[in-house]
Design a protein around this ligand. Structure first.
Ligand SMILES: [Zn+2]
Ligand SMILES: [Zn+2]
Length: 352
């Protein structure tokens, strides 16, 4: 089968690989569509999490590895021990989390923060290929109302739903979202759905403003406007909650500055440099710091959201590539023009 294999930074090769086997408890999915995630972009440009020399603590794998964890497709092979719950041809997507199943976190249901946490496409071969093997436990059925192309968005949207669930209590609150890429937007949509009162997204010019405004949010173009002023204009004061989804020192400083005393900061950005945290002001105001890691079973809620018609999934897809054009028109395009894109999808089998 054809696959996009990561060898190192800026070294992704399109190669022939053997089709995966359906181990007990697993299925093999024929991949229809995949999505390029922010983490895939990080693997391409750094900092990368794919183990180069030291085998991964859970899977024992090292590079070269097939990238990709956002995907949809049809069940192609079914491993032993799965009874009749899944059939060949079922339309599915999956959670790429890999966990040990035995640590305290896994036993409490928080398998997304397993001690040996891994991820499909980072710690084991992933979905930027014609076929991918996944644990049946992590599968979700794609509703008939959604195309397989639209359902690729469920995984990134689940990240925001999980973060909003961890924060809790956004009903009637005002929130700022810094860095409205797909993860920031997923927080925006999830906060809106959970009853937040006013939402202000802060980022650069590009396709996000229209999307946010169409959904009743405000948008601050940080190259033109001061975020604190925009928040005062929008809320009449500071924010009850801030989602920091950019992963930069400047974004972290803005996040802390725009947050009310007693407010909640949710950090989801991945930092290329270790940030300095403005702790004294933060402590003085009894502000609270939260973090969120991927999601648990929120892909189901994300599929329901996509199906509800409350947002237009196609408007989030700003580019389409194939495995053959993935490097030049996917990764290199994102490296050069990240601000122009929300989600680039990869047509692998297409609408099967
Ligand atoms: Zn993702
Ligand atoms: Zn575990």
């Amino acid at each position: 089968m054809k696959a996009a294999v990561w060898y190192g930074r800026r070294d992704v090769r399109i190669e022939e690989r053997a089709e995966p086997e359906a181990l007990p408890g697993h299925v093999v999915v024929r991949v229809a569509w995949a999505g390029i995630c922010g983490t895939d972009r990080h693997e391409y440009l750094g900092p990368n999490f794919i183990p180069l020399t030291k085998p991964h603590r859970l899977t024992g794998c090292t590079a070269p590895l097939i990238l990709g964890h956002e995907f949809t497709g049809l069940i192609h092979k079914i491993g032993q021990g799965l009874g009749s719950s899944w059939r060949i041809g079922d339309r599915v997507t999956a959670n790429g989390t890999l966990c040990c199943g035995t640590c305290a976190m896994c036993r409490s249901g928080q398998y997304n923060i397993c001690e040996k946490l891994g991820f499909t496409g980072v710690s084991r071969d992933g979905a930027f290929a014609e076929y991918v093997a996944v644990e049946a436990e992590r599968l979700f059925r794609v509703p008939d109302a959604l195309t397989l192309r639209q359902a690729v968005l469920a995984e990134p949207l689940a990240c925001g739903i999980h973060a909003v669930r961890l924060l809790g209590g956004l009903q009637g609150k005002d929130a700022v979202i810094i860095g409205p890429g797909i993860i920031g937007l997923s927080c925006f949509f999830a906060a809106k759905r959970s009853g937040a009162r006013r939402l202000l997204a802060a980022g650069i010019a590009g396709p996000r403003r229209g999307l946010v405004e169409a959904q009743g949010g405000w948008y601050c173009d940080c190259e033109q406007e001061d975020l604190g002023q925009a928040a005062r204009a929008c809320f009449g004061g500071l924010a009850d909650a801030v989602f920091e989804c950019a992963g930069s020192q400047a974004a972290l400083n803005s996040a802390a500055a725009v947050l009310k005393g007693g407010g909640d900061l949710m950090v989801m950005g991945v930092y290329e440099q270790p940030p300095v945290f403005p702790m004294n002001g933060f402590q003085e105001g009894e502000r609270r710091l939260f973090t969120s890691q991927a999601h648990q079973d929120e892909i189901g809620a994300a599929l329901d959201y996509l199906k509800s018609g409350d947002l237009d999934p196609d408007a989030l897809i700003t580019g389409e590539v194939t495995l053959d054009t993935l490097v030049d028109q996917g990764f290199e395009e994102l490296a050069a023009n990240a601000g122009k894109h929300i989600k680039i999808v990869i047509r692998i089998g297409g609408d099967l």
